[in-house]
Design a protein around this ligand. Structure first.
Ligand SMILES: Cc1ncc(COP(=O)(O)O)c(C=O)c1O
Length: 380
Protein backbone atom coordinates (compact mmCIF):
# COMPACT_ATOMS: atom_id res chain seq x y z
CA UNK A 1 0.00 0.00 0.00
CA UNK A 2 1.31 3.46 -0.85
CA UNK A 3 0.55 5.98 1.82
CA UNK A 4 0.86 9.60 0.90
CA UNK A 5 1.74 11.37 4.13
CA UNK A 6 -0.16 14.56 4.89
CA UNK A 7 2.71 15.62 7.13
CA UNK A 8 5.81 14.28 5.37
CA UNK A 9 8.21 16.38 7.44
CA UNK A 10 6.78 15.52 10.84
CA UNK A 11 8.16 12.71 12.98
CA UNK A 12 7.79 12.03 16.71
CA UNK A 13 7.99 15.32 18.55
CA UNK A 14 11.20 16.38 20.26
CA UNK A 15 9.27 16.28 23.57
CA UNK A 16 8.55 12.56 23.15
CA UNK A 17 12.13 11.94 22.03
CA UNK A 18 13.76 13.82 24.92
CA UNK A 19 11.41 12.34 27.52
CA UNK A 20 12.21 8.85 26.21
CA UNK A 21 15.94 9.62 26.36
CA UNK A 22 15.58 11.06 29.88
CA UNK A 23 13.93 7.80 30.92
CA UNK A 24 16.55 5.61 29.19
CA UNK A 25 19.49 7.46 30.74
CA UNK A 26 17.79 8.14 34.06
CA UNK A 27 18.24 11.88 33.52
CA UNK A 28 16.35 14.65 35.34
CA UNK A 29 13.62 15.66 32.90
CA UNK A 30 13.52 19.44 32.48
CA UNK A 31 12.55 18.90 28.85
CA UNK A 32 8.82 18.34 28.46
CA UNK A 33 6.54 20.96 30.01
CA UNK A 34 4.88 18.97 32.74
CA UNK A 35 4.93 19.63 36.48
CA UNK A 36 6.35 16.97 38.84
CA UNK A 37 4.40 18.10 41.93
CA UNK A 38 0.90 16.99 42.93
CA UNK A 39 -2.44 18.31 41.78
CA UNK A 40 -4.49 19.90 44.58
CA UNK A 41 -6.03 17.12 46.74
CA UNK A 42 -9.18 19.29 46.96
CA UNK A 43 -9.54 19.27 43.18
CA UNK A 44 -8.92 15.52 42.97
CA UNK A 45 -11.50 15.05 45.70
CA UNK A 46 -14.08 17.04 43.69
CA UNK A 47 -13.51 14.82 40.60
CA UNK A 48 -13.93 11.72 42.77
CA UNK A 49 -17.03 13.21 44.35
CA UNK A 50 -18.73 13.85 41.02
CA UNK A 51 -17.79 10.42 39.67
CA UNK A 52 -19.43 8.88 42.72
CA UNK A 53 -22.43 11.17 42.26
CA UNK A 54 -22.95 9.56 38.86
CA UNK A 55 -21.58 12.26 36.55
CA UNK A 56 -20.16 9.59 34.25
CA UNK A 57 -22.08 9.94 31.00
CA UNK A 58 -21.70 12.30 28.04
CA UNK A 59 -21.61 15.96 28.97
CA UNK A 60 -23.29 18.50 26.65
CA UNK A 61 -21.19 19.04 23.51
CA UNK A 62 -19.98 22.60 24.37
CA UNK A 63 -19.25 21.69 28.02
CA UNK A 64 -21.38 21.55 31.17
CA UNK A 65 -23.22 24.88 31.65
CA UNK A 66 -21.92 25.33 35.19
CA UNK A 67 -18.31 25.17 33.97
CA UNK A 68 -19.00 27.55 31.09
CA UNK A 69 -20.58 29.92 33.61
CA UNK A 70 -17.47 29.64 35.82
CA UNK A 71 -15.19 30.32 32.83
CA UNK A 72 -17.32 33.30 31.89
CA UNK A 73 -17.09 34.75 35.42
CA UNK A 74 -13.34 34.11 35.59
CA UNK A 75 -12.91 35.92 32.26
CA UNK A 76 -14.89 38.90 33.54
CA UNK A 77 -12.91 38.91 36.79
CA UNK A 78 -9.58 38.82 34.96
CA UNK A 79 -10.20 40.85 31.79
CA UNK A 80 -13.31 42.95 32.46
CA UNK A 81 -15.56 41.34 29.87
CA UNK A 82 -18.03 38.48 30.26
CA UNK A 83 -18.37 36.09 27.31
CA UNK A 84 -21.80 34.63 26.59
CA UNK A 85 -22.14 31.31 28.42
CA UNK A 86 -24.19 29.62 25.69
CA UNK A 87 -22.60 30.83 22.51
CA UNK A 88 -19.04 31.99 23.16
CA UNK A 89 -17.36 29.28 25.29
CA UNK A 90 -16.54 25.64 24.47
CA UNK A 91 -14.74 23.19 26.75
CA UNK A 92 -12.12 21.18 24.82
CA UNK A 93 -9.72 18.28 25.19
CA UNK A 94 -6.78 20.45 26.22
CA UNK A 95 -5.89 23.66 24.43
CA UNK A 96 -4.43 21.58 21.61
CA UNK A 97 -7.90 20.38 20.61
CA UNK A 98 -9.13 23.98 20.84
CA UNK A 99 -6.40 25.12 18.43
CA UNK A 100 -6.93 22.15 16.14
CA UNK A 101 -10.72 22.54 16.02
CA UNK A 102 -10.48 26.31 15.45
CA UNK A 103 -7.93 26.04 12.65
CA UNK A 104 -9.75 23.08 11.04
CA UNK A 105 -13.03 25.00 11.09
CA UNK A 106 -11.77 28.39 9.94
CA UNK A 107 -8.78 27.84 7.66
CA UNK A 108 -9.09 26.62 4.04
CA UNK A 109 -6.62 25.21 1.51
CA UNK A 110 -4.41 27.98 0.10
CA UNK A 111 -4.94 30.28 3.08
CA UNK A 112 -2.01 31.85 4.90
CA UNK A 113 -1.70 32.03 8.66
CA UNK A 114 0.91 34.30 10.19
CA UNK A 115 2.72 32.74 13.14
CA UNK A 116 5.57 34.06 15.22
CA UNK A 117 8.95 32.39 14.77
CA UNK A 118 9.98 30.61 17.04
CA UNK A 119 6.60 29.08 17.91
CA UNK A 120 5.05 26.19 19.79
CA UNK A 121 5.73 23.25 17.51
CA UNK A 122 2.08 22.22 16.95
CA UNK A 123 0.94 25.32 15.06
CA UNK A 124 2.59 24.70 11.71
CA UNK A 125 1.51 21.05 11.25
CA UNK A 126 -2.06 21.94 12.29
CA UNK A 127 -2.12 24.71 9.66
CA UNK A 128 -0.51 22.48 7.03
CA UNK A 129 -3.13 19.76 7.59
CA UNK A 130 -5.70 22.20 6.21
CA UNK A 131 -3.64 22.68 3.03
CA UNK A 132 -2.76 26.16 4.30
CA UNK A 133 0.62 27.79 4.81
CA UNK A 134 2.23 29.05 8.03
CA UNK A 135 4.10 32.29 7.40
CA UNK A 136 6.68 32.82 10.17
CA UNK A 137 7.55 36.35 11.31
CA UNK A 138 10.81 36.32 13.32
CA UNK A 139 10.45 37.56 16.89
CA UNK A 140 12.83 40.41 17.72
CA UNK A 141 16.07 39.79 19.59
CA UNK A 142 17.04 39.83 22.40
CA UNK A 143 13.59 39.99 24.05
CA UNK A 144 11.46 37.87 21.66
CA UNK A 145 8.98 40.74 21.22
CA UNK A 146 6.67 40.84 18.19
CA UNK A 147 7.95 42.69 15.12
CA UNK A 148 4.69 44.36 13.99
CA UNK A 149 6.32 45.87 10.89
CA UNK A 150 7.40 42.33 10.02
CA UNK A 151 3.80 41.15 10.52
CA UNK A 152 2.48 43.98 8.30
CA UNK A 153 4.94 43.14 5.57
CA UNK A 154 3.69 39.54 5.41
CA UNK A 155 0.00 40.33 5.02
CA UNK A 156 -1.41 39.37 1.62
CA UNK A 157 -4.88 38.75 0.20
CA UNK A 158 -4.45 35.13 1.38
CA UNK A 159 -3.86 36.02 5.05
CA UNK A 160 -6.78 34.65 7.06
CA UNK A 161 -5.39 34.55 10.56
CA UNK A 162 -2.63 35.90 12.81
CA UNK A 163 -1.64 33.55 15.61
CA UNK A 164 -0.04 34.88 18.73
CA UNK A 165 0.94 33.16 21.96
CA UNK A 166 1.28 35.08 25.20
CA UNK A 167 2.97 34.26 27.54
CA UNK A 168 5.10 32.67 24.86
CA UNK A 169 6.40 29.13 24.73
CA UNK A 170 9.38 28.70 24.34
CA UNK A 171 10.76 32.18 25.15
CA UNK A 172 8.70 33.23 28.20
CA UNK A 173 8.04 36.64 26.56
CA UNK A 174 4.71 38.42 27.10
CA UNK A 175 2.89 41.05 25.07
CA UNK A 176 2.12 44.57 26.27
CA UNK A 177 -0.81 47.00 25.96
CA UNK A 178 1.04 48.54 23.02
CA UNK A 179 1.18 45.15 21.27
CA UNK A 180 -2.60 44.82 21.63
CA UNK A 181 -3.09 48.20 20.01
CA UNK A 182 -0.69 47.27 17.17
CA UNK A 183 -2.74 44.12 16.56
CA UNK A 184 -5.95 46.18 16.61
CA UNK A 185 -4.55 48.56 14.01
CA UNK A 186 -3.19 45.84 11.74
CA UNK A 187 -6.47 43.92 11.64
CA UNK A 188 -8.86 46.90 11.59
CA UNK A 189 -11.05 46.91 8.49
CA UNK A 190 -9.79 43.48 7.38
CA UNK A 191 -11.34 40.02 7.57
CA UNK A 192 -8.27 38.68 9.36
CA UNK A 193 -8.99 36.51 12.40
CA UNK A 194 -6.73 36.26 15.44
CA UNK A 195 -5.95 33.08 17.32
CA UNK A 196 -4.46 34.01 20.67
CA UNK A 197 -3.05 31.01 22.50
CA UNK A 198 -3.12 32.02 26.17
CA UNK A 199 -2.54 28.67 27.88
CA UNK A 200 -0.09 30.33 30.31
CA UNK A 201 -2.46 33.23 31.11
CA UNK A 202 -2.10 32.60 34.85
CA UNK A 203 1.69 32.26 34.78
CA UNK A 204 2.97 35.85 34.44
CA UNK A 205 5.65 37.28 36.70
CA UNK A 206 6.92 40.42 38.41
CA UNK A 207 3.51 41.99 38.98
CA UNK A 208 2.58 42.31 35.30
CA UNK A 209 -1.02 41.87 34.16
CA UNK A 210 -1.69 39.31 31.45
CA UNK A 211 -2.63 41.19 28.27
CA UNK A 212 -5.37 38.98 26.90
CA UNK A 213 -6.82 39.96 23.53
CA UNK A 214 -10.16 39.65 25.36
CA UNK A 215 -9.41 43.02 27.00
CA UNK A 216 -9.87 44.71 23.62
CA UNK A 217 -13.39 45.13 22.27
CA UNK A 218 -12.11 45.38 18.72
CA UNK A 219 -9.95 42.26 18.99
CA UNK A 220 -12.39 39.97 20.74
CA UNK A 221 -14.82 40.37 17.83
CA UNK A 222 -12.34 38.61 15.57
CA UNK A 223 -10.43 36.39 18.01
CA UNK A 224 -10.36 32.82 19.18
CA UNK A 225 -8.69 32.60 22.59
CA UNK A 226 -7.45 29.24 23.85
CA UNK A 227 -6.62 28.28 27.41
CA UNK A 228 -5.68 25.20 29.42
CA UNK A 229 -6.71 23.98 32.85
CA UNK A 230 -3.89 21.45 32.43
CA UNK A 231 -1.43 24.35 32.65
CA UNK A 232 -3.28 26.41 35.24
CA UNK A 233 -3.93 23.57 37.68
CA UNK A 234 -0.77 21.57 36.80
CA UNK A 235 -2.86 18.64 35.63
CA UNK A 236 -1.65 18.33 32.05
CA UNK A 237 -2.77 14.69 31.83
CA UNK A 238 -6.41 15.58 32.45
CA UNK A 239 -6.57 17.15 28.98
CA UNK A 240 -8.89 20.00 29.99
CA UNK A 241 -8.93 23.22 28.02
CA UNK A 242 -11.38 25.68 26.52
CA UNK A 243 -11.79 28.32 23.90
CA UNK A 244 -13.61 31.62 23.75
CA UNK A 245 -14.76 33.03 20.40
CA UNK A 246 -17.53 35.23 18.99
CA UNK A 247 -20.64 33.20 18.24
CA UNK A 248 -20.31 33.31 14.44
CA UNK A 249 -16.86 31.73 14.69
CA UNK A 250 -17.96 29.41 17.49
CA UNK A 251 -20.79 27.95 15.37
CA UNK A 252 -18.17 26.74 12.88
CA UNK A 253 -15.68 25.60 15.52
CA UNK A 254 -18.33 23.51 17.32
CA UNK A 255 -19.14 21.75 14.03
CA UNK A 256 -15.59 20.34 14.15
CA UNK A 257 -15.43 19.85 17.92
CA UNK A 258 -18.62 17.74 17.92
CA UNK A 259 -17.11 15.22 15.50
CA UNK A 260 -13.68 15.40 17.02
CA UNK A 261 -13.87 14.79 20.78
CA UNK A 262 -17.65 15.52 21.03
CA UNK A 263 -17.47 16.09 24.81
CA UNK A 264 -14.92 16.17 27.62
CA UNK A 265 -14.70 14.19 30.86
CA UNK A 266 -17.91 15.08 32.71
CA UNK A 267 -16.94 14.76 36.38
CA UNK A 268 -13.75 16.79 35.84
CA UNK A 269 -15.80 19.61 34.32
CA UNK A 270 -18.03 19.78 37.41
CA UNK A 271 -14.97 19.61 39.68
CA UNK A 272 -13.22 22.49 37.90
CA UNK A 273 -16.42 24.56 38.02
CA UNK A 274 -16.38 24.22 41.83
CA UNK A 275 -12.66 24.89 42.06
CA UNK A 276 -12.86 28.11 40.00
CA UNK A 277 -15.19 29.66 42.61
CA UNK A 278 -12.15 30.52 44.71
CA UNK A 279 -10.18 33.06 42.67
CA UNK A 280 -7.04 32.29 44.71
CA UNK A 281 -6.93 28.91 42.96
CA UNK A 282 -5.83 30.62 39.76
CA UNK A 283 -4.43 33.87 41.18
CA UNK A 284 -1.89 32.06 43.35
CA UNK A 285 -0.43 30.15 40.42
CA UNK A 286 1.82 32.99 39.20
CA UNK A 287 3.56 33.63 42.56
CA UNK A 288 4.08 29.88 42.99
CA UNK A 289 5.87 29.65 39.63
CA UNK A 290 7.72 32.92 40.17
CA UNK A 291 9.26 31.40 43.31
CA UNK A 292 10.33 28.39 41.24
CA UNK A 293 11.78 30.59 38.48
CA UNK A 294 13.73 32.65 41.02
CA UNK A 295 14.93 29.50 42.81
CA UNK A 296 16.10 27.96 39.52
CA UNK A 297 17.94 31.16 38.54
CA UNK A 298 19.56 31.32 42.00
CA UNK A 299 20.84 27.74 41.92
CA UNK A 300 22.07 28.19 38.33
CA UNK A 301 24.03 31.37 39.21
CA UNK A 302 27.26 29.45 39.63
CA UNK A 303 26.95 27.91 36.15
CA UNK A 304 28.22 29.11 32.79
CA UNK A 305 24.70 29.06 31.34
CA UNK A 306 23.37 32.54 30.57
CA UNK A 307 19.62 32.97 31.27
CA UNK A 308 17.30 34.88 28.95
CA UNK A 309 14.83 36.74 31.26
CA UNK A 310 11.42 34.98 31.35
CA UNK A 311 8.33 37.12 32.02
CA UNK A 312 5.91 34.22 32.02
CA UNK A 313 5.33 30.48 31.37
CA UNK A 314 7.26 27.81 33.26
CA UNK A 315 10.16 27.77 30.82
CA UNK A 316 13.58 29.31 31.15
CA UNK A 317 15.87 29.76 28.16
CA UNK A 318 19.60 29.41 28.76
CA UNK A 319 22.42 30.26 26.35
CA UNK A 320 25.23 27.69 26.60
CA UNK A 321 27.64 29.24 24.09
CA UNK A 322 30.24 29.78 26.86
CA UNK A 323 30.27 26.01 27.48
CA UNK A 324 30.23 24.29 24.10
CA UNK A 325 30.48 24.78 20.36
CA UNK A 326 28.17 21.83 19.75
CA UNK A 327 24.84 22.39 17.97
CA UNK A 328 21.86 22.56 20.32
CA UNK A 329 20.33 19.16 19.36
CA UNK A 330 23.70 17.43 19.76
CA UNK A 331 24.43 19.31 23.01
CA UNK A 332 21.05 18.52 24.59
CA UNK A 333 21.40 14.83 23.67
CA UNK A 334 24.91 14.81 25.12
CA UNK A 335 23.69 16.53 28.30
CA UNK A 336 20.92 13.96 28.73
CA UNK A 337 23.29 11.01 28.32
CA UNK A 338 26.45 12.28 30.00
CA UNK A 339 25.30 14.90 32.53
CA UNK A 340 21.89 13.50 33.36
CA UNK A 341 19.70 16.55 32.62
CA UNK A 342 17.23 16.55 29.71
CA UNK A 343 16.22 19.85 28.05
CA UNK A 344 14.74 20.95 24.72
CA UNK A 345 17.00 22.46 22.03
CA UNK A 346 15.57 25.81 20.99
CA UNK A 347 16.20 25.24 17.25
CA UNK A 348 13.19 22.87 17.03
CA UNK A 349 10.84 25.82 17.55
CA UNK A 350 12.14 27.74 14.50
CA UNK A 351 10.82 27.24 10.98
CA UNK A 352 14.38 27.17 9.59
CA UNK A 353 15.74 25.25 12.64
CA UNK A 354 18.27 28.04 13.30
CA UNK A 355 20.66 27.21 16.09
CA UNK A 356 21.67 29.98 18.51
CA UNK A 357 23.04 27.58 21.15
CA UNK A 358 20.08 28.05 23.47
CA UNK A 359 18.21 25.38 25.47
CA UNK A 360 14.75 25.47 27.04
CA UNK A 361 14.48 24.31 30.66
CA UNK A 362 11.12 23.55 32.30
CA UNK A 363 11.15 24.73 35.92
CA UNK A 364 7.67 23.40 36.81
CA UNK A 365 9.40 21.05 39.22
CA UNK A 366 9.97 20.54 42.92
CA UNK A 367 12.84 22.57 44.36
CA UNK A 368 14.87 19.42 45.05
CA UNK A 369 14.52 18.37 41.37
CA UNK A 370 15.71 21.84 40.29
CA UNK A 371 18.57 21.83 42.83
CA UNK A 372 19.72 18.36 41.74
CA UNK A 373 19.68 19.45 38.08
CA UNK A 374 21.54 22.70 38.87
CA UNK A 375 24.25 20.84 40.75
CA UNK A 376 24.99 18.78 37.63
CA UNK A 377 24.76 21.81 35.33
CA UNK A 378 27.04 23.99 37.48
CA UNK A 379 29.80 21.41 37.03
CA UNK A 380 29.87 22.08 33.27
C1 LIG B 1 1.85 27.32 23.78
C2 LIG B 1 1.07 26.10 24.03
N1 LIG B 1 -0.14 25.98 23.48
C3 LIG B 1 -0.91 24.89 23.67
C4 LIG B 1 -0.45 23.83 24.44
C5 LIG B 1 -1.34 22.64 24.63
O1 LIG B 1 -1.98 22.69 25.86
P1 LIG B 1 -2.84 21.46 26.40
O2 LIG B 1 -1.89 20.58 27.16
O3 LIG B 1 -3.90 22.05 27.27
O4 LIG B 1 -3.40 20.77 25.21
C6 LIG B 1 0.82 23.89 25.02
C7 LIG B 1 1.35 22.76 25.80
O5 LIG B 1 2.53 22.62 26.02
C8 LIG B 1 1.59 25.06 24.81
O6 LIG B 1 2.82 25.20 25.36
Amino acid sequence: MQIESKLPNVGVTIFTKMSKMAHEYNAINLAQGFPDFPVSPELIDRVHHYMQEGMNQYAPMPGVPILREAISSKTEHCYGWKPNVDSEITVTCGAIEAINSAVSALIHPGDEVIIMDPAYDAYEPIINLQGAKAIGVPLRQPDYSIDWEGVRSQITSKTKMIMINTPHNPSGATISVKDLSELEQITEGTGIMVLSDEVYEHIVFDGQAHQSVLRSEALRKRSVVTSSFGKTFHATGWRMGYLIAPSELMIEIRKVHQYNTFTIHTATQYAIADYLKDTAHYEDVAPMYQTKRDFFLKVMKGSRFKPVPAKGTYFQLMDYSAISEKGDVEFSEWMTKEIGVATIPMSVFYQDKQDNRVLRFCFAKNENTLAAAAEKLCAL
